[in-house]
Design a protein around this ligand. Structure first.
Ligand SMILES: NC(=O)c1ccc[n+]([C@@H]2O[C@H](COP(=O)([O-])OP(=O)(O)OC[C@H]3O[C@@H](n4cnc5c(N)ncnc54)[C@H](OP(=O)(O)O)[C@@H]3O)[C@@H](O)[C@H]2O)c1
Length: 239
């Protein structure tokens, strides 16, 4: 049986990916930092849940250790923080939280999982963002981490290919998930962002987490694809 680990699998795109992978017969493990949210998702989806904070090295070592003897077919580096703020408001703590969660954590998890992934010629999909190619005001710190993710993925695709490990990114546009409520915006600002995004998406609507999940699994299963960034954004990247 193919196995898959999805970080941030208790919510949004990660949750939808876990549900689809389970329906397709994968042995699914999700991780998340909120114990209660992980337990709820574990129960609802019938998957294995592991509490692990992407900012904590010990948690990532423990997560990787769960696959040391079995090996791992697929890793989805999905967990991330997002917050909109002007550059004048960035603090030292913001830099630390964004880069340790969105870049250091995913990179370390890959580092610790290389032996398990090599055992099964595994594949990694990192979840990037359309913001890397399409600027958004107040999103510079978030965009910096996602741009870095596209960059490290191309290099690691080449570095890990000799071990039979593939590495790609899926880059979503505006997707209807709980993320927007975590951006630090008022209800009014959220409505304005939604209206602006909707007006600029060629397909004229937000995407669903399930639509992204289908692309993630397709990418993980595409055996001759590595070093690629697949856009799931209703056409935004083509404007
Ligand atoms: N929704 C969009 O429009 C959109 C667009 C482009 C890219 N993306 C990307 O898609 C991915 C999934 O986002 P989503 O929209 O599904 O948002 P979401 O529902 O908020 O899911 C994000 C997940 O990451 C987890 N997480 C955050 N910090 C963590 C940490 N330190 N340790 C462990 N888990 C942590 C969250 O846990 P908590 O519940 O504990 O916070 C949550 O489970 C992210 O990489 C995001 O950047 C989303």
């Amino acid at each position: 049986m193919q196995n898959i680990l999805i970080t941030g699998g208790n919510s949004g795109i990660g949750y939808a990916t876990a549900a689809l992978a389970k329906a397709r017969g994968y042995d699914v493990t999700i991780s998340g930092r909120n114990r209660e949210a992980v337990a709820v998702a574990e129960e609802a989806l019938g998957v294995t849940g592991i509490v692990a904070d992407m900012q904590k090295t010990d948690d990532l070592l423990r997560l990787a250790d769960a696959f040391a003897s079995t090996g791992l077919n697929a890793l989805v580096n999905n967990a991330a923080v997002a917050k909109f703020m002007p550059i004048t408001a960035h603090t030292d703590e913001d830099y630390d939280v964004f880069f340790s969660t969105n870049i250091r954590g995913p990179l370390m998890l890959i580092q610790f999982l290389v032996p398990a992934l090599a055992q099964r010629s595994g594949a990694i999909t990192n979840i990037s963002s359309a913001v890397t190619n399409n600027g958004l005001p107040n999103a510079s710190l978030y965009a910096a981490t996602k741009g870095a993710m596209d960059g490290f993925s191309r290099s690691l695709a080449v570095e890990l290919a000799p071990q039979g490990i593939r590495m790609n990114c899926v880059s979503p546009g505006a997707i209807d998930t709980p993320l927007i409520s975590k951006l630090g915006l008022s209800e009014e600002q959220i409505e304005a962002v939604r209206a602006h995004q909707k007006a600029t998406i060629p397909l004229g609507r937000f995407g669903t987490p399930e639509e992204v999940a289908h692309v993630i699994l397709a990418q993980l299963e595409a055996k001759y694809v590595t070093g690629a960034v697949w856009h799931v954004d209703g056409g935004v990247d083509s404007i």
